[in-house]
Design a protein around this ligand. Sequence first.
Ligand code: ATP
Ligand code: MG
Length: 451
Amino acid sequence: MRLSRYFLPVLKENPSEAQIVSHRYMLRAGMIKQSAAGIYSWLPLGFKVLKKIETIVHEEQMRAGHIPMLMPTLQSVDLWKESGRYDDYGQEMLRISDRHGRDMLYGPTNEELITDIFRSHVGSYKDLPLTLYHIQWKFRDEIRPRFGVMRGREFYMKDGYNFDLTKEDALHAYNRHLVSYLRSYERMGLQAIPMRADGGPIGGDYTHEFLVLADTGESEVFYDSAVTDLTFGDRAIDYDSVEQCQGVLEEFTSKYARTDETHDEALFNEVPEERRRVARGIEVGQIFYFGTKYSEALGANVQGPDGKQSPVHMGSHGIGVSRLLGAIIEASHDDKGIIWPEGVTPFHCGIVNLKQGDAEADAACESLYEALTAAGLEPLYDDRKERAGGKFATMDLIGLPWRITVGPRGLKNGVVELTSRRSGESEELSPEAAVQKIVEIYANHQTGRGF
Ligand code: ATP
Ligand code: MG
């Protein structure tokens, strides 16, 4: 993309309404624009990152054997009355009526709808196990929408639902989700720690929230610092293997890590003092086994091998796709702007032409642009007639992890400058070597072209 032809409405001033750094940078980098409280338009740069995150979530869900689909945002209230949640949900639910006076709602989640689909089409254990998911906009009329996309009213969420014959099978689905979530967050350059969470009114031990540590997080968290040493890395995993998935769950959840809702001071005190941490975190996902709550309420039964009917065991599993943009920025920025991890960066590398209009500099930039594009990467070429300082400030603000700077002086010696946004370090290389290096960096990140 050539910046002169893109739509990147960056702001020079700090927007006064933004209280935390991710919100501030998303507005300043021209990623989002508020249209109403807690409701945003996704401008091109924000949309690109949103789609990259969404793609990672899709790829990791499908890798785990979960099946993508799409359910609508607007739902009829009938199913919610059947499950009893129409009254329970309260004011967070946006209720609407259509021209015929029929009551509708903008879905805050989809347990009812998916259970209805299941009961309409599945009746036998032979069709199990089954996990269906979608990535769709949700609406919750939050009492205090704030912090930009972190706590919106309209937000983008992946929600998946597993259907299993037995509790044992459903717990395998739970573990599979835990593994696939760990992989997803790591690909986004994030450490999200599974913490034992509160099962709410349904109770039960089988729920974990994934938290990204950040001072601006809304949750208070308590953990053994040893959990921050754990990484999933690129180990192979067989998602069908009960032992392997269970093993990962044990590895990642056996140390103390809890949100304030489940915190137990006595247990926490058993952690060696020097490893006890109290901090804040951003919830970026939650997994939940809830048994037969919805299948009983909605009559979703399956026939077992013994011919007997029983309610199907279910769980639901969510990832806050739009909130993740804020969480990643909170975890990765400096005072000049965002620092995107390679896995989600909107463009793979910036090209800054220090002397636009200089025949040699222009030609060198064009050929870098072509070489990177031919290698399947997406460069952002700042081809505007602007001062170098302004171009650097924009690149730093929008946070591309790599920048190639091209100027007549370097070109005389046959070199361009390759700079890492994260370390700030630069090296001089031939244009070919710079391209080669960027191609190698991204070879380790499954990252395709964005939208
Ligand atoms: P919270 O406690 O933050 O209100 P929740 O526990 O009600 O969230 P879930 O129903 O578990 O949310 O939804 C799954 C994920 O969706 C959450 O982990 C979070 O990342 C994201 N999410 C929930 N509410 C919002 C919101 N208002 N804005 C943006 N993302 C949200
Ligand atoms: Mg939650």
